[in-house]
Write a protein that binds this ligand. Structure first.
Ligand SMILES: Nc1ncnc2c1ncn2[C@@H]1O[C@H](COP(=O)(O)OP(=O)(O)OP(=O)(O)O)[C@@H](O)[C@H]1O
Ligand SMILES: [Mg+2]
Length: 301
């Protein structure tokens, strides 16, 4: 019996069946253990997606979001398919974090649609907990539980939410920590780790839930420059392993290196999007050019 069916039995709430790809409602906790040598569950690896399935993971169309009188998102369109890495760039206040938060129901949208794995998030039958479980989100301020050791931080949700036995959850966590070179920190409390190490633990904590989509919001902006690289290296490795990721970032060099698609946001719309070579090398929109010129003048590109 899958964990999702348990949830359905207990609460009566499930993601509605729609379309053929019910990835949000099909997870095999046993399949997870096989993937601790990788950081992600890739294609055909028990991630609920049929091998070669290119159905959209995320489809946002005409998304509008306001906070009171302030209209923050003014018609955003974005489609992501399995293994896509999309970087959102743009000035502070352009709506990057808001878009990410709308994608895992931390914010509700007022117009347009967001579909995750074919499920319309506006559908009241969609289970918010399931959405969050399958869309791991990592914030700028890692949000590790300070009173829990690293190992317990990583195993808490798999045990509580996925129902994994302690040993299975710990085996998975140790495997992941080993993979990022923090195997010897499992018994430490977060404040004994550097901030870069804490952020890597926060990413691993998300990965332990085997999300289908990882949402990363400025995961390096609270870090000293010398710690940025170790976190970006980890995200780069995830990208190479096929993790589907939507990343808000001010690190242009990183976006250029890791993204399949770069989206430039300004004033709540995606002004321009495309492969990084084109966006950074030959942007067509004046607003993109102005933004990149400012970045260049500041020596950040
Ligand atoms: N909960 C909220 N209530 C009111 N206004 C908000 C809220 N969250 C965001 N905003 C406003 O929405 C706008 C977009 O914010 P958002 O955080 O999405 O920008 P951003 O592109 O992520 O910026 P940054 O690069 O600084 O992280 C800003 O004007 C912000 O003040
Ligand atoms: Mg932000």
């Amino acid at each position: 019996m899958t964990v999702d069916r348990n949830l359905g039995d207990d609460t009566g709430r499930r993601l509605p069946e729609s379309g053929g790809t019910d990835a949000l409602a099909a997870v095999d906790p046993d399949a997870a253990d096989a993937s601790t040598d990788r950081l992600t569950a890739g294609e055909g690896d028990g991630d609920g997606l049929a091998a070669g399935d290119r159905s959209p993971v995320l489809r946002a169309a005409g998304v509008h979001k306001s906070f009171g009188a302030l209209e923050v998102l003014k018609g955003v369109d974005l489609t992501m398919r399995p293994h896509d890495v999309v970087c959102l760039i743009g000035s502070s206040g352009s709506g990057k974090s808001t878009l990410l938060r709308c994608c895992n129901l931390l914010e509700r949208i007022e117009g347009g649609t967001i579909e995750l794995f074919g499920h319309d998030l506006a559908d009241e039958r969609v289970d918010e907990d399931l959405v969050r479980r399958h869309t791991g989100m990592v914030f700028q301020s890692f949000n590790l539980f300070p009173h829990l050791r690293v190992l317990d931080n990583v195993t808490l949700a798999p045990r509580r939410v996925l129902g994994l036995q302690r040993k299975d959850a710990e085996d998975r966590a140790r495997g992941l920590l080993q993979r990022i070179g923090l195997g010897d920190k499992a018994q430490e409390y977060p404040d004994r780790l550097s901030r870069g190490q804490q952020q890597r633990v926060a990413i691993v904590r998300s990965l332990a839930m085997q999300p289908r989509l990882l949402l990363l919001d400025e995961v390096t902006s609270a870090l000293d420059p010398e710690l940025v690289a170790e976190v970006l290296d980890l995200v780069g490795e995830l990208a190479r392993q096929g993790m589907t990721m939507l990343i808000a970032t001010h690190e242009m060099g990183f976006a250029r290196e890791v993204a399949d698609t770069v989206c430039f946001l300004e004033g709540g719309v995606i002004v321009e999007s495309g492969p990084p070579e084109r966006i950074f090398g030959d942007p067509t929109e004046p607003a993109t050019r102005r933004f990149l010129q400012r970045i260049f003048d500041a020596g950040r590109l």
